[in-house]
Design a protein around this ligand. Structure first.
Ligand SMILES: Nc1ncnc2c1ncn2[C@@H]1O[C@H](COP(=O)(O)OP(=O)(O)O)[C@@H](O)[C@H]1O
Ligand SMILES: [Mg+2]
Length: 252
């Protein structure tokens, strides 16, 4: 299973990517998480310190992975992957450290070709934490063209829903087999109802609504990770996995 986590800036893509990655790991899967944000911080959410996150080597740009290329999936993971306290292997695809150093297209091209390969020998689940915006769906064939499913994270705001609607249209053009919505930061039944209605209005399959949790925000603020989440949130994330695996839609 290869999953892309997308959505408007700040909706919780990185948080959700880490929660989903941990949940798959806890079910026994070997999980590779790929950070494609030019300002990478998925490592923090997987339990690394800032220094460790900054020290994760960035994947080479514009490499061709697999047949005809210089790199194999296994070779790239061995050389550039880093083990995290969450038990997930982290790859960092893009990092902007220099002002005026040019665009990040070639980093995205690497991720695209990596996702195009069969990763099964090294990972049961691959989760890509995307940068906000829609460019990754338009650029050079689409970074995420080879994912099995796109998870569009939405907070209870009109703008995050609009972003999801635009994303879904591009995903369909790219031929991504499944695109689903996932609500996040819901502060109550009003928010959940808004997300359900918006998803229904736009034909988005909503696979869950995660609540706003002070503990998640607090651990982010304090530099910790979101691993120590409460039982209810864990159960909801488990429901998201079930829905992704096709074990039926969860009640939201
Ligand atoms: N369910 C949640 N409850 C509380 N805070 C959350 C939740 N999800 C995300 N956040 C907070 O929202 C902010 C943005 O989350 P982040 O995952 O970095 O978003 P993105 O990757 O989409 O930019 C962070 O401070 C994070 O801790
Ligand atoms: Mg992020």
């Amino acid at each position: 299973m290869k999953l892309g986590i997308v959505g408007k800036g700040g909706v919780g893509k990185t948080t959700v990517a880490a929660l989903v990655a941990r949940a798959y790991r806890e079910r026994g899967a070997r999980v590779v998480a790929i950070d494609t944000d030019s300002n990478p911080n998925l490592g923090l959410s997987l339990g690394l310190t800032l220094a460790e996150t900054d020290a994760v080597p960035v994947l080479p740009r514009s490499v061709i992975v697999g047949s005809g290329g210089d790199h194999t999936v296994g070779g790239l993971i061995d050389e550039f992957g880093r083990h995290t306290p969450a038990g997930v292997t982290l790859l960092s695809a893009i990092r902007v450290v220099e002002a005026g150093a040019g665009c990040t297209c070639s980093g995205h091209a690497t991720v695209r070709t990596l996702l195009g390969e069969v990763l099964d020998a090294r990972a049961d689940t691959t989760i890509v934490d995307m940068e906000a915006g829609l460019e990754h769906l338009s650029r050079s064939g689409g970074t995420l063209a080879h994912v099995d499913a796109l998870v569009m994270v939405m907070e209870p705001s009109r703008k995050s829903v609009v972003t999801a609607v635009r994303t879904a249209a591009l995903a369909e053009e790219l031929g991504i087999p499944r695109t689903v919505g996932l609500g996040n930061k819901s502060r109550g039944e009003d928010d959940a109802a808004f997300l359900r209605a918006a998803a229904a209005e736009h034909g988005i399959e909503l696979i869950g609504v995660l609540p706003y949790r002070a503990g998640v925000a607090r651990s982010d603020r304090d530099g910790g990770d979101a691993g120590g989440v409460d039982a209810e949130l864990r159960a909801l994330v488990g429901g998201v996995l079930d829905a992704l695996e096709g074990a039926g839609r969860v009640a939201v």
